[in-house]
Design a protein around this ligand. Structure first.
Ligand code: AMP
Length: 215
């Protein structure tokens, strides 16, 4: 069977990463996630040329230029065999065009919707593992680490993301989504890509997400 490409889509802090990690926890043999921001964080940590260039964009909540992202991301896809989640790609119409031109046609785009206040609250509450990139919540009952402040997977000390800690940056990321990322939906829809929407605050959102990726 041909591997699928699935794109969870939506503004920052709508819970895309959480939905993906639930699926991988259950079906890790069949699904894999390619996360642009995790790739970028590795580049920043290793102080590569790309990392040095990307760092300031990431800290101020703006998008890293297309040519850097497209080259980095498309190179990684060729090595994958499993069904793929694209986490954080494409985020501009230019990236979406490059994806289609490379012959990658997503099977489904799943737009995750939540209210803006919920997104802001999630940014206040999110903790991430600097070693493996897994995210957790600090106070909500959902996805708390087993030991406070420690990653379940690798035991590293959890941190807040810099771009979550400054509310101005969080708002900037929402604005960037509206201006540069939202138009990707219309572009992909006009190219014939299947787009579905889920209310990601609803209790059954996780189940609906799993149904859609298997449809
Ligand atoms: P995220 O963790 O998905 O919110 O991404 C964190 C930051 O990484 C963003 O604010 C951007 O600076 C950068 N980034 C992630 N994905 C992309 C992308 N597809 N294009 C450009 N920049 C990106």
């Amino acid at each position: 069977m041909k591997a699928k490409v699935i794109i969870p889509f939506g503004p920052p802090n709508t819970g895309k990463g959480t939905r993906i990690s639930e699926v991988i926890q259950q079906w890790g043999d069949k699904y894999e996630s390619l996360s642009v921001s995790n790739m970028l964080r590795v580049e920043v940590k290793n102080q590569t040329d790309l990392g040095k260039e990307a760092k300031s964009y990431m800290e101020e909540g703006t998008l890293v230029p297309d040519q850097l992202i497209i080259a980095m991301f498309l190179k990684r896809i060729q090595h994958s065999q499993k069904n793929l989640f694209f986490d954080g790609f494409p985020r501009t119409v230019g990236q979406a065009k490059a994806m289609l031109e490379a012959g990658i046609i997503p099977n489904i785009v799943i737009l995750l919707k939540v209210d803006e206040e919920v997104m802001l609250q999630r940014a206040r509450d999110r903790l991430v593992c600097p070693a493996c990139g897994e995210s957790y919540t600090k106070t909500s009952s959902f996805k708390r680490p087993k030991a406070e402040g420690i990653c379940d997977k690798c035991g590293a000390e959890l941190q807040r993301r810099k771009d979550d800690a400054d509310e101005e940056v969080v708002k900037k990321r929402l604005k960037v989504y509206d201006e540069e990322t939202r138009p990707v939906l219309e572009f992909l829809e006009s190219a014939g890509v299947n787009i579905c929407t889920i209310d990601n605050s609803s209790d059954d959102a996780g189940e609906k997400f799993k149904e859609l990726i298997q449809s």
